[in-house]
Design a protein around this ligand. Sequence first.
Ligand SMILES: [Zn+2]
Length: 290
Amino acid sequence: MIRIGQAGIPLSCKGRTNKDGIIYTHAVLDLNAIEIQFVRGLYVMPEEEAKIIKDYSEENDIEIHVHAPYYINLAGGTEETEMSFGKIMRAAQMADDIGAKTIVIHPGFYGENSEKKTLKLIIKHSKKLTGMLKKEKIKSKIGIETMGKQKVFGTLDEVIEVCKNVKGVLPVIDLAHIHARENGSLKKREDFERIFEKLKPLRLKHYLMHVTGVLYENGNEFYHLPIKRGDMPIAPLIEIILDNNYNVTLISESPLLEHDAIYIRLQVEKAIMKRTEKEEAYYKDLSEVV
Ligand SMILES: [Zn+2]
C-alpha cells in the first residue's frame, strides 16, 4: 500500500486548524495520510478537536503521524534531556489522543561528544522514553528522523543503530536529509535500493518517508525546494516501492506541501499506468501491479 499526504495543514485549505487540515486532506485532495505539526512547544490541541480528528481518520482511513517540536536534544546534559522528554511526552499525549501512529523527533546534537558517545546517550534516553510511553499507555511510537546536517545526530546508519537497540522506536526516512547529508547521493535506482537494503535487519512492516526537494552544500541542507526544483528524482523510488510491494507512507515536506503530495501521487499513478498499460490509475488500487 502507498499512502500519500503532506506535513501539516494544506496551504490551500482555508480553515487553519488541524481538524480542518485532515478533513481537507481527505475530502478535497483525496490523500490518505498527514503528518500533523506539533512543532511549536506550547501548542495545546482542544480535547474536542482531538476526538473529531481521531474519529474522522478512522472512518475515512487516513493515517496520522505527528512531528514533535524541532528543538529536542537527547544527547545533551541532564536539564536539556529532561526538557526534551517533557516536550516529547506532551506531543506523544496529543498524538495518542488523535490516534497517530508515529511521533517524529529530531533526536539531538553531537555537541562536544564523539559520535559514539552521542549514539550511546541517544540509545539510553530513547529507552527511557519508550518506558515513559508505556507507563502512560501511549500506543503511538517514537520515530527517529534521519537528519540533513553534519553536526546533527542522524545519519541513516545512526538512526538504524538506535532502532536496533531500542524496541518500539522506528526510523523516519527523510530522503532529502539523506540526500543532502551525503551531498546528493540519491539519484539512481540503486541509490534508493541501498536504503531499503540497510533497513532490512529492522524487518519493518511499514516505512514512513519524508519527501521534498532540497538545496544543500558540503553535506548540509540549506532549505527545502519544490520536488521538481531539487536534484533528487522520485521515479526510481516509486519503481522500487511497486516492485517490492512495500507498505509506504510518503509525506511531502516540500514548500508546496499538498501540491507536491499531488505531484507524488501523479508520479505513482503514472508508474501504475506504465505497468498496466491502461490510461487510468488510482494510487489506492495496486491490485493489478503488485
Ligand atoms: Zn523533521
